[in-house]
Each structure stands twice: as C-alpha cells, then as structure tokens.
Write a protein that binds this ligand. Structure first.
Ligand code: GAP
Length: 476
C-alpha cells in the first residue's frame, strides 16, 4: 500500500527528520527544502546505489564531478541561453504566475493555442477564476549571477549562470576523460550534482524545486549505432533499477515525449513516470516525470567543437579552442559521437521511494502504525540498539557496546528515549529493518532479541554472531 498522497509523506518527513521546509524561521522560501539527519542518509544511499550500479558494476562508464558555474559560452553554445525558456502567464487579478503550457484549456479550444484563447478570455486563472491574464512571454529559467569582486549587476562580461543540468559539464570534458582514461567509443560518463532552474511554478514538495540534484549519464556511441533501440534498452534497465529500489512496477509508466515537446537537442525522449498523485480521480493526471532517457544525437559535442561546421560550411563555434571529435583507430574514421542520455533526479527518486515504501499496519491493540518498508540498502539506519531498561547501567553499557561494535560494518544507532513500544514504532516509521533489544537475560546468555520491521517477528541471536547475522539478512 503506497502513500495515499504526497501530503502524507510531507508530514512523515518533517515529523521524523527526513525533510524540513527551508528557512522556516523566516516563514520559509517557496519550494526550498532542507534534508534532515535521515533525509541526507536516504539521499546518500540512493546516490551510492546509482553510482555503484552505473560506475562500479559496469566496465564502460567513468564518473566525474564538474563545476556548477561554467564559462557562459557553454550555455550559449549548448542552446540554453536561447531556448531554455518556459512560457509565463500572469493573472492580473490575483498575481498568480502560471506556466502557459500547463494551463487547462477548454476542450473545444485546444486547437487555437493558449495565446489566442487568453485573448478571447476563454482561459481562467486556476486560483481566482479571472480571465484577465497576460499573454504568454518567454522566461529563461537559468539563474544568473556575476563573477568577480568588481562586477556590477548588469556587466555582460561577468555574467554567469548556475548550471540547469549537469550534462554540459560532461560534454565539455568528453575529450579529457576519453584521452586520460584511454576509452574507446562506446563508453559513458556519469555525474551526480546540483542543478538550478528558476521554475515558474515549483511545488509538490521535493518534486519540483528550484535547486535539485541530478544523476546524469552521457553514453557516447557511434553515429551509425541503433540509437532509438539504445533508448529502449536504457529505459528497460532503469525500470529494473527503480524496481530494485523497492518501487512497484504498477506505479511506473513510460511516456514517449511527442515530437513537438522534445527539448531542442533531442530526437527522441522516453520519460519514466511515477504515480506521484494516486489520489487524483483522472488516471492520466496521476503521473509525473521521474526521469527521462533522451537521444541527444551529436548536437552537444558538435556545438562545443572548434572545427564543426553547419550545412553551409560555416564554423558553428568560433569561440571553442578544442575539437571534441573522436578518431576510431579500427575504421580510421573521425566523427562526433552520438549520445544516449539517461537523466534522473535524486529528489524525485527519493520521493518515489518514500511513497512506495509507505505502509500501515494495525497492532494487537487496534492501533495503526506506519511502517516505512524501504529496501534495506536504502534504509537510513540499518539497526537500532535498544536497552529494555535504561536505568540498569549493565544493560545500557552492553547496548552501547553492541552499537559501537556494529558501527564499522553497518549504520547503527543507540536509542533509549522511550518505552520499548514507542521505540519500535519510531524505528518502523523511519524504515529501520532491525531493532536489537538488550534485556536482563542478555546479561546472562550474551544474546539479544532481533525484531524484524516488516513482520514484527523476533529471534534470539548470540551477540558474537550478531554482525554477521544482520549483514546476511540485510542482503535478503
Ligand atoms: N540533461 C537532461 C535534463 O536535465 P530533464 O528532463 O530536464 O533533463 C532530468 O531533467 C531530471 O531531473 C528530471 O526527470 C527530474 O527527475 C529532475 N528534475 C528536473 N527539473 C527538476 C526540478 N525543478 N525539481 C526536481 N527535479 C527536477
């Protein structure tokens, strides 16, 4: 049973230390969220799982970590300065800002286009129902900043952007990585990092924020590779990866992005969608993009290359000092590799994991308990060590010693801040797979009780076998 809606997760996340509204002491900052002690562990585990899968388990992908602020020319030649726009509409009545491409249009007017319908006063503000809306105007979503102490606000020579995707840091390093690591095409470059977009309508908790984290991989292939088929292959692999994170296949769906909605660099994009809005009665409105897999052609490598020319033989990029082409030793041909790009969001993955792991269970007393059934590898804490009597120094001492002995092999915590029932309930709610209880008998038989989060079954384990026992069960 996944969470019935995002609000359920917002409340759990705040109560239990996963995610807090940012800048709350000053009334918050729309759409910004801070990850708390458990949230940062969950994010790290998602990122680590991805990095292991993409970089370590395969032999054809390298990892990098590029700068967030790049030379402005990167964004000029990537096309982002000219095209990374959203159409913005304002309600003159209540000042609500809307994205023109997300406005619900009247059924019989869909062919006319949003601008025409606004002129005809046939579009209503979803907030106040006014039809007094401005015509759509394009708004560039890149955050601007200025570089250097002497820079004045509008000096174009010091203008820079916070990156809106991690991908460009990979493209401009293509040749560095390829030559330093002596790679042959096909191979990939992966990166995890923050990206920034001045979204017009952020919202829905961590689903759409202005600062977020991406896990992107650019896979470089030959120009005559079967690109469209490769997109399908990566889609399949990612669906399996998400399932391995505990996300049910029933809550995943594929969406072939229509040609008119493709990004300027893409020839084909398939989005993997997650059911973030199960409460919505209309099924098509339950889904939102979790990630996208795009065929970016050779657009980016050519755009950043000094020697690439357009159809008329004119250099595309007179500012670049490098040619990012590749020489194939076997065929003796030089070409710009084509790219398949799986681009996933850390925050959207975390939200999907939390929603899918959410479950409720009723105990013997008829009380409903929340259990976060996250897969063990993602659980922020793997084992909680709980003393049955916190006023008994021998029991407390033994519990703390067990915690310390487990720490080198798995993330363990010691907790004595409540009665055992409360402690179990808290650990269930944050997804801790095992609670280890130290009781009076433990002092005699050097054994502890291990309680399973999902079944609530308990077994007695010798302290000397505990680390191995937990490690084996965490692999299940
Ligand atoms: N390099 C390609 C690219 O950035 P994208 O579809 O714009 O593609 C990839 O972004 C992923 O990044 C999305 O599928 C989503 O998971 C995440 N993402 C994008 N914008 C986001 C936002 N405003 N808030 C949270 N995550 C976002």
């Amino acid at each position: 049973m996944p969470a019935p809606n995002i609000d359920t997760i917002v409340s759990l996340a705040k109560r239990r230390g996963f995610v807090f509204p940012s800048s709350e002491v000053y009334g918050g900052l729309g759409s910004a969220w801070d990850y708390g002690p458990l949230g940062v562990e969950l994010c790290n585990n998602v990122k680590q799982s991805w990095w292991r899968w993409i970089v370590y388990d395969r032999d054809d992908i390298e990892g990098i970590d590029s700068s967030i602020i790049l030379n402005r020319l990167v964004w000029q030649y990537s096309g982002h300065e000219a095209t990374f726009h959203d159409p913005l509409v304002d309600c003159r009545e209540c000042k609500t800002r809307l994205r023109a491409d997300k406005i619900d249009l009247p059924e019989d007017g869909k062919g006319s286009g949003v601008a025409e319908l606004i002129r005809q006063k046939r579009v209503k503000c979803p907030n106040c129902e006014s039809t007094d809306l401005t015509e759509p105007r394009l708004f560039n979503m890149m955050f601007r900043t200025t570089l250097g102490a002497a820079a004045v606000e509008d000096d174009p020579t010091s203008l820079a952007y916070l990156r809106p995707e991690t991908a460009q840091g990979i493209f401009i390093n293509f040749l560095n990585v390829q030559t330093a690591m002596r790679r042959k095409v096909p191979f990939g470059i992966a990166q995890i990092g923050k990206s920034f977009r001045n979204e017009i309508t952020p919202g829905n908790f961590i689903l759409r924020t202005r600062e977020f984290e991406q896990m992107e991989m650019e896979y470089f292939v030959k120009p005559d590779a079967e690109h469209l088929k490769l997109v399908d292959e990566w889609v399949e692999q990612y669906v399996e990866w998400f399932k391995g994170l505990g996300i049910s296949g029933d809550n995943l769906q594929l969406h072939e992005v229509p040609a008119e909605e493709l990004a300027h660099y893409s020839k084909r994009t398939v989005d993997i969608m997650y059911r973030y809005f199960p409460e919505r009665p209309e099924e098509p409105r339950q889904w939102e993009e979790l990630m996208g897999i795009a065929y970016r052609t050779d657009f980016d490598l050519r755009s950043h290359s000094s020697k690439a020319v357009d159809g008329e033989g004119t250099r595309i990029n007179p500012d670049s000092t490098e040619d990012l082409s590749y020489f194939d030793e076997t065929t003796k041909q030089r070409f710009y590799p084509h790219v398949i790009e799986p681009a996933a969001g850390v925050n959207r993955t975390v939200l999907a994991v939390l929603m899918d792991a959410y479950s409720e269970k009723t105990n013997d007393k008829g009380e409903t308990r929340v259990i976060l059934k996250v897969v063990p590898k993602l659980a922020p804490i793997k084992a909680a060590i709980l003393p049955l009597a916190k006023n008994k120094p021998e029991i407390v001492g033994m519990a703390k010693a067990i915690k310390r002995s487990l720490q080198p092999v798995l993330r363990a915590v010691y907790d004595d801040t409540g009665g055992i029932g409360k402690l179990y309930a808290r650990q269930d709610e944050i997804g801790t797979p095992f609670c280890v209880t130290v009781d009076h008998q433990s002092l005699e038989d050097e054994a502890v009780t291990v309680r399973d989060r999902d079944t609530w079954e308990q077994e007695r384990i010798k302290v000397s076998n505990l680390a191995e026992h937990l490690q084996n069960r965490l692999k299940e």
